[in-house]
Design a protein around this ligand. Structure first.
Ligand code: GLU
Length: 734
């Protein structure tokens, strides 16, 4: 084990805690809070883990130089996936591959609706936008980053120096062949780690179930239990014949990973140990009461309200035709997911009284400080400074949220395009404009569904821009005539009379350069100038805040750690983590107990024949003979569909392999329960539950519903099943 890494990564208090534990004291009911770094897992009390069912050694699980079971967990888009064969087969969630399946679908070949099976490797389809990142090595670069930060003269300067040293570290690391590097910050900048990764861009779709399986229950069941969603899809990563990463090419061959997971058909039972491996995106466990109150009172309610109205417009359009449905499916799905998440946050933060708990803790912290002059000297002002910074940040919460949505190129491609056009015109001193700019601003993609979709969306979002006043007032809002009582929809309709709605008008503005821009009387140009100024100010605010946070928030983390004297794990930041968990039900309300397994019988009981509960005929037919299936589990009396565990997961853990104590794949994490949406602000043994699809349901689909027997054979689950041959790269090549 690399002792330097371990020393640097292990917080002192955590190391102490481990040392205090009797070496052989099993703790099967240990709370499963924590998204642990690979190095931290190695330092855990292995005997206690073994007593819970761990059968791997530390080195088999993960070794800093050689990797291990954990190395089979890879990143794909914002999600997690895992290698499940020696030939680069990866499995992730259907919702993680949704955008790619959507993009590959047409009204002739609607893979989203009908599912997709590549019968041979040649039939696998290049999947747009899918990139697989495999972690090879992690290096502690804290000392180098801290040395650069120590020279800083201001918050902004500290932010800039941090960016610069990270840029250098990445450039240096990428001198290693076939390597993509990135640096991540932990504990608000107390540590920095450099990741060496293999980046595979030739990723092909292998198998997707029909949406009516992969998304069964839709938004009604999203973030809920009991759940019956077959949220899985298979891809395959390809590389050059020598194993090096290479863009799509017809003579690429399946990538040969160093580590892949064995798939287990043995299933899981209540209280079984499982490990959830993956790349959780963002948690905010160490926030102040002021920051949480702002999330609860302003941010999530506004996000919920705006997205609810935006979605109504998009759904109206999508319901017009199959083509519109395909055009808007991905956008609707991702916004609806965020919308329901916001609803869960509003509900959960209030129900769990998180602000009151934080306030109590802050009062206790103050008492702890007051009891010692030494602590006062070191941390006396930290909390007050942080509360003041959070109060300051909350002044622009509404504005930042509205600006983010109004300028989202996925929601408002036109307004975003015009703002970028105005910025490019201001820089276009010679009046020419590059081919790229001309292509982008001349494109009709900007005005797609302008009247039917973008105009009503703009009316919703620009109404906020128009109405916010006082501290929140937007630059450029006079272009929206806020002093009048005209409906915003009408103001927007007039704004869209602008010549900038035509390609010729946009190119002519670009060519007019800074002088033309200054002379323009077009209210749309005035609005865009204002929004651009706001966007620049928002970027400045966030850089300053980041530069400050690596001093202030870092001290807060250190102070809390000393005060709590307990194990600490860093907030999620899309780096490789492990959550230790047990299969477990829960009590959502007084008098109600949820068991941790769902079954095909439960899936069929929800079937109405209408979306989102329209189980495909093939599934219903296969279900008739499922008692004879080898995936039938007598303990649950059925083929299982999903199960619950008390893991510590968040967005980004979608697709995470859930492995048993032998390191074998037993499920794919895909969601949390409604009571645990606000778990991003704190883990709780009573309500922190994550939802996984049972791998036996996946195998049953591959065997009996939408058959792909060759994949069962490739994964070693059904060795006698036929499989077409595939070209192979040398073993162990990256
Ligand atoms: N289902 C979640 C999402 O799509 C991912 C997992 C989680 O947040 O627990 O965002």
């Amino acid at each position: 084990m690399n002792a330097t890494i371990l020393r640097a990564v292990l917080p002192a208090a955590f190391a102490l805690l481990l040392a205090d534990r009797p070496p052989l004291a099993p703790n099967p009911l240990a709370p499963d809070e924590g998204q642990w770094l690979p190095q931290q897992i190695r330092a855990m009390n292995w005997a206690a883990l073994e007593a819970r069912g761990m059968q791997l050694t530390r080195d088999e699980f993960w070794h800093p130089e050689r990797g291990g079971v954990l190395s089979a967990a890879v990143q794909i888009g914002g999600c997690t996936a895992s290698f499940v064969s020696a030939d680069g087969l990866v499995v992730t969630n259907h919702h993680c591959g949704f955008g790619a399946v959507n993009a590959l679908s047409s009204t002739e070949h609607n893979y989203l609706r009908d599912g997709f099976v590549a019968a041979t490797p040649a039939a696998e389809l290049p999947a747009p936008g899918m990139v697989v990142l495999v972690v090879r090595r992690i290096e502690d670069v804290t000392a180098k980053v801290h040395a650069a930060q120590a020279e800083a003269t201001s918050d902004l300067d500290r932010w800039q120096r941090t960016q610069e040293v990270i840029r250098q570290l990445v450039a240096e690391g990428e001198k290693e062949p076939d390597t993509t590097c990135s640096v991540a910050s932990f504990y608000e900048g107390r540590e920095y780690h450099l990741y060496y990764r293999t980046r595979l861009t030739d990723v092909r779709l292998v198998y997707a179930p029909p949406r009516a399986i992969g998304e069964y229950g839709g938004e009604v069941d999203n973030w809920e239990w009991p759940r019956h969603t077959g949220d899985f899809t298979f891809f395959r990563a390809y590389a050059a014949p020598d194993g090096s990463p290479r863009a799509h090419s017809s003579d690429n061959v399946p990538f040969r990973p160093e580590h892949w997971l064995k798939v287990s058909a043995d299933g899981v039972q209540d209280d079984d140990l499982v490990l959830i491996l993956g790349y959780p995106g963002t948690t905010e466990r160490y926030l102040t009461s002021v920051a949480v109150a702002d999330r609860e009172g302003v941010f999530y309610p506004l996000r919920l309200d705006l997205l609810t109205r935006v979605l109504a417009v998009l759904e109206r359009q999508a319901n017009r035709s199959e083509q519109d449905q395909l055009d808007y499916a991905s956008l609707i799905k991702s916004l609806a997911n965020v919308q329901k998440n916001a609803a869960g946050m509003v509900w959960g933060l209030a129900r769990n009284a998180v602000v009151a708990r934080k306030q109590r803790e802050e009062a206790e912290f103050r008492q702890w400080l007051a009891a010692s002059p030494d602590r006062m000297a070191r941390y006396g002002s930290v909390l007050d400074e942080l509360l003041a910074a959070d109060r300051e940040a909350s002044r622009t919460t509404r504005k930042d949220l509205v600006l983010g949505l109004a300028l989202s190129s996925r929601i408002n491609p036109f307004l975003r395009g015009i703002c970028d056009l105005v910025a490019a015109t201001a820089d276009n001193r010679d009046g020419r404009g590059s081919g790229n700019l001309r292509r982008r601003f001349g494109s009709d993609a900007l005005t797609r569904d302008l009247q039917a979709v973008q105009q009503p969306l703009l009316a919703i979002l620009l109404d906020e821009v128009r109405r916010l006043d006082g501290d929140d007032a937007f630059a450029g809002r006079t272009a929206l005539r806020p002093e009048t009582d005209e409906p915003t929809a009408q103001v927007v309709a007039e704004l869209l009379q602008s010549p900038l709605t035509t390609a010729a008008g946009r190119i002519s503005l670009l060519e007019s350069g800074p002088d033309g821009l200054a002379a323009s009387a077009d209210p749309l140009v005035k609005l865009a100038l204002g929004l651009n100024a706001e966007r620049d100010a928002m970027v400045d605010r966030s850089r300053n805040a980041e530069g400050r946070s690596v001093v202030l928030a870092r001290a807060w983390i250190e102070a809390q750690q000393e005060w709590r004297g307990t194990s600490f794990y860093p907030d999620a930041n899309s780096t490789l983590r492990v959550s230790i968990a047990s299969v477990k039900g829960y009590e959502p309300r007084d008098g109600v107990r949820y068991t941790p397994h769902t079954t095909v019988a439960g899936l069929l009981a929800k079937h109405t024949g209408t979306e989102p509960f329209d189980a495909p005929a093939a599934l219903r037919t296969a279900a008739e003979s499922r008692r004879a299936s080898r995936y039938f589990d007598p303990r649950v009396g059925d083929v299982p569909v999903c199960f619950l565990t008390d893991g510590d997961t968040t967005g980004g853990n979608s697709g995470s392999p859930v492995v048993n104590g032998k390191g074998e794949l037993v499920g794919l994490n895909f969601d949390r329960v409604f009571e645990n949406v606000s778990g991003d602000y704190g883990w709780s043994p009573d309500r922190s539950r994550n939802v996984s699809v049972d791998v036996r349901f996946v195998l049953w689909c591959l065997e009996s519903v939408l058959p792909a027997h060759h994949l069962l054979r490739e994964m070693g689950v059904w060795r006698d099943a036929p499989v077409p041959g595939a070209k192979r790269a040398p073993a162990g090549a990256r």
